[in-house]
Design a protein around this ligand. Sequence first.
Ligand code: NAD
Length: 362
Amino acid sequence: MVYRVTLIPGDGIGPEVTEAARRCVEATGVRIEWEVVEAGEKVAEEKGTPLPEEVLESVRRTGVALKGPITTPVGKGFRSVNVALRQALDLYANVRPCRWYRGVRSRYEGVDLVVIRENTEDLYAGVEFERGREDTRQFLEFLRKLRGVSLREDSGVSLKPISAWASERIVRFAFEYARRNGRRKVTAVHKANILKFSDGLFLETARRVASEYPDIEFEDRIVDNMSMQLVQKPELYDVLVCPNLYGDILSDLCAGLVGGLGVAPSANVGERGAVFEPVHGSAPKHAGKNRANPTAAILSAVMMLRHLGEAEAASRLEGAVARVIAEGKRVTYDLKPDPSDPSAVGTREMADAIIEALERSA
Ligand code: NAD
């Protein structure tokens, strides 16, 4: 079987790390026809938009994309490429595995968590009222009349919509993910004690969905307590399912638990497709220098292989990454105890080492 996959190299270090990931995927023997399409800074200059229609067309057609990071031009008014992709494919679930690999310097060892974040609602729904505007004044007046609530007239307001429908969809996704990936527990994160009608609805829905999955343990945590527990005893947790804002914050916290950006992969998944990308940005200062750590992009490709149903190839590639990191020899500067260690290798050479480890395991 040959899979068609959209490859978006992206900006900065994107082309280098996605090339490393592409070579590693090909070395697994899984056959992929890549549709390479350009998005980001370079095309923005040429075509006047960082997200040309052919990119969206390709992702809609293939339903699967491996993507490099894209620089967000400051002050040029381009819509965010990531938001546009998410909307075009209705990518409602953000999945961030946070797994510690032996050899990565970190305060914690043995952490193996997955943060699943709802991507479409909550404070990120984009329903905001700017201080001082006429529509804001009318909204504040409406609140006063409807609920007798008097907010200061110099307030700005951001709404936090959470629906039963989207909550059910994300919690179900989390349980299905847990089942498919042999996970034992799902923890719903919320602040339902205070936000009774938004987070309360999320929690109520999570409990109802959980009753349909008796094979997976379920519990809930209030987000502040969750933050402390993750720092004190992260090994107690497995899959976390969160509304948008808490998921955003906790997924970075969890990436920090396992060694940070260089090793953090992610997926944005919907019914019609999925986009896999490293969590890190385009790191312009390393661009074109064959210096960036390709691990996050390669682990994103591991997630992509699992999504395509190539679980065995995915596990072999992940194992090869883990062995190269544990050995600690042919790794990039950021994975060395001393970042100025002259024995650090480049992006390409670390990918070569992973491919050799993969071939040795075949
Ligand atoms: P960044 O992730 O690019 O860099 C943060 C720090 O981590 C820098 O010191 C960088 O050198 C280092 N770093 C990141 N990835 C690395 C790697 N693979 N190997 C070694 N070191 C690495 O974050 P930033 O500087 O805030 O953002 C730069 C640009 O990337 C911005 O334009 C931002 O909007 C964009 N960005 C894009 C995405 C995306 O497309 N998904 C995500 C985050 C940031």
